[in-house]
Design a protein. Structure first.
Length: 261
């Protein structure tokens, strides 16, 4: 598969010889680098009907923020609960603002973007707890946001795809909330250092931005306390039962070390 020239030029800005790899940076600097990368990505900043922000709390009374994007026309609009990527340690509401706006405008859907707590300050399962709480909140408050909770979907990229998949599995176990669809964008679904995936060796050098060393660094921050990598809440690929899950769209990238998962 030929590598896209525009993508190559974009990645070239972040993979030059004198540019430190993510795992060579302090977390605060890696967060800034990812935000800069998403800022200059070619995602149009489109207008939406309304943007609001509020704070939710988990069952353990830990606060986190969500940002709500509403389209120009509401009525029976669906709802997307968005979990940003960034290896469970990077990314925030602003890094995925353009993406949220794009989805809200072009899909004419309410988007609830979740600023879940990040590792290493808040390791597993803190971020997952926030995502579960936000999804339940979105389902319960759909009507007042001009949405229809029968059309609730979750979406996430990379680590966000991991969280989306786990949220769906947990929701099925409790039969609440009812999630209609999940959209997983190049999701990381196996946190083991798994040699069975050829793409990890083929694309893990860092030439395509995320490297195997980066993934290991991010995983160690997310799971510092010996959490089992094969726990389905960590690696949803290891779930023993995949029945009764929502309709699913998985999008992979041809030159991504996560591709074969």
């Amino acid at each position: 598969m030929a590598f896209d020239n525009d993508t190559a030029a974009f990645l070239g800005q972040f993979t030059q010889d004198d540019t430190p790899a993510l795992h060579e940076l302090e977390v605060v600097d890696a967060r800034a680098a990812l935000k800069e990368m998403t800022r200059i990505a070619d995602i149009p900043r489109v207008s939406v009907g309304k943007v609001t922000q509020q704070t939710l709390v988990t069952n353990s009374q830990e606060p986190f923020d969500i940002r709500i994007y509403q389209p120009q026309t509401l009525g029976s609009a669906g709802m997307l609960v968005l979990f940003h990527g960034g290896g469970w340690a990077l990314g925030d509401l602003d890094s995925h603002d353009n993406m949220s706006r794009y989805l809200c405008h072009h899909a004419a859907t309410v988007v609830v973007s979740v600023n879940y707590r990040l590792a290493p300050e808040h390791p597993f399962p803190a971020g997952l707890d926030d995502c579960v709480t936000a999804t339940r909140w979105a389902f319960d408050h759909a009507a007042e946001l001009g949405s229809n909770n029968a059309k609730l979907a979750v979406i996430g990229d990379s680590a966000g795809g991991n969280l989306a998949a786990v949220v769906c599995q947990l929701s099925r176990q409790t039969d609440a909330p009812n999630i209609a669809k999940q959209v997983l964008l190049y999701p990381c679904v196996d946190l083991n250092e798994n040699d069975a995936f050829a793409s990890r060796a083929q694309f893990g050098s860092g030439e395509f931005f995320l490297s195997s060393q980066d993934l290991k660094w991010l995983t160690q921050m997310y799971l510092p306390n010996g959490a089992a990598h094969s726990d389905a809440r960590v690696s949803p690929l290891y779930a023993r039962d995949l029945t009764r899950l929502p309709k699913t769209l998985v999008i992979t990238a041809g030159h991504d070390l996560l591709r074969d998962e």
